[in-house]
Design a protein around this ligand. Sequence first.
Ligand SMILES: [Zn+2]
Ligand SMILES: [Zn+2]
Length: 269
Amino acid sequence: MIKFWGVRGSTPISGPEFNTYGGHTSCVSVYTENNPHIIILDAGTGIVELGQYVLDQKIRTAHLLISHFHMDHIMGLPLFMPLHDPEFNLHIYSNHSNMSQFFAEVLFNPTLFPVKWQDVAATVTLHQVQAGDVMTLGSIEITTLHLNHPGGAMGYRLAHQHKTFCYLTDYEHDDGVFDQQLIHFMHNCDYAVCDATYHDHDYSHGKKGWGHSTNIRAAQLAKEAHINNLILFHHWYRYDDNVLNENVAQSQAIFKNTRAAHEGMMLAF
Ligand SMILES: [Zn+2]
Ligand SMILES: [Zn+2]
C-alpha cells in the first residue's frame, strides 16, 4: 500500500481552505504485506504523523529514500519520533556525499534542535546511492534517476510483483522536448507521482528556473510515457482546494487518469 502523508512543496500550510489536499510537505510511505520494513520517500513535515503510525504498528525498521536536501523534503526528520526510540532502525539513502556531516552540523545543529545527531536513540545507517543505481529491499526493486533541479534531485522507481510506482518530484523540464531518460524511466508504470507544483500562469510569471513543473506539463509527460495513472504532487503551498481541483480538471483534459495527491490518499501496491 502506498500512502501520502504530505503533498506540498516549499513549506507547510494550514487553514480550512486547504483541508481537502492537506498542508504537510513531501512524504509518502510504501508498505507491502510480505516485507516487514516500511519504505519512506522524503522526510517533509508529513513524516511526523507517519512516525506515530510507525510507533503504533510497532514497525522496527524503515528505509528512507531522500530525493534531495531542500528543506521541504527533510524538515520533518528531527520530529520523526521513531528516531528517538532505541529499538528502531533507520536506513537513509540519498546521493548526498556527506550525510553524517550534514545531519550533525546542519539539520541537528544544537542551535536548531535540542537533540544532537550523535545522540539520537535509533540505530541509523546511511547509504550513499548514485543516479542509475539499483537496490533491492525485500521483494521491492528500486531504480534511481537524476532529476533536473537546482542542486539536483533523485527520482525513484519501485517495482513489486509486476506493479511499478515512480516518485518523481522536484524537476523542471526544458522548454522543448521531454528528457528521454525520464520518459524511459517512467514508461508504462502503474502510478507516477509527478512534480506539478505550478499552473501555467504562475510558472510563466516569475517561476521559470525555480526547478519545478506544472500540472499541464505533468499530464503531457504522462501521456508521452504511456503510464497508467498520474498523481499530481508537490502542490504550491498557496493553492487552496479550489485551485487544485481546477488544476486536476485541466490535466484530465490531456491525460484522463489524473488525480492530485492528498494527505491520507492510498494506492494499492
Ligand atoms: Zn520541494
Ligand atoms: Zn527542491
